[in-house]
Design a protein around this ligand. Structure first.
Ligand code: HEM
Length: 124
């Protein structure tokens, strides 16, 4: 199945598929398994996040920066590269090309700002 437009259906399809792959990944799986107890809650939160980011729904009220700074020792450059590779793979497989591209560009920008934030935090 492929979602043609950028809407809630695309997000509902994408988020669980992405985290299923992340959990099965040798590098990322253990990081997430040790940090997350309640997967349905995490998936619902990440659907809200992407809905806010891509559709301006305002559903996500959290703060991604401290959530990642908490785990900064595990979040290497290699881990980010893997996260983005799995994101690219999942979006390319599930979404129409233009929609996949929009999700990929956004994720790359957010990943960069998370990495800059963690770097700033380390240097303080
Ligand atoms: C939360 C890991 C990259 C978005 C989390 C949590 C973990 C995690 C373990 C749960 C934190 C906690 O509750 O203690 C990672 C890893 C990444 C990565 C290993 C790459 C190396 C990203 C990227 C984005 C993102 C690139 C966005 C494009 C989020 C959001 C949350 C979250 C929105 C929820 C924060 C909250 O609690 O409100 N991530 N993450 N993550 N992540 Fe990531």
């Amino acid at each position: 199945m492929s979602a043609c437009s950028l809407d809630e259906t695309a997000i509902d399809l994408l988020v669980p598929a992405f985290y299923a792959r992340v959990r099965a990944d040798a590098l990322l799986g253990p990081i997430f398994e040790s940090a997350i107890d309640d997967w349905p809650h995490h998936l619902a939160k990440l659907k809200d996040f992407w809905s806010s980011v891509m559709l301006a729904s305002g559903r996500y009220k959290g703060q991604p920066m401290p959530a990642h700074i908490r785990h900064e020792r595990a979040l290497s450059e290699e881990a980010f590269a893997r996260w983005l590779a799995i994101w690219r793979e999942t979006t390319d497989e599930l979404l129409a090309p233009a929609v996949a591209r929009a999700f990929q560009d956004k994720a790359a920008r957010i990943a960069e700002s998370l990495q800059l934030g963690m770097q700033f935090h380390r240097e303080r």
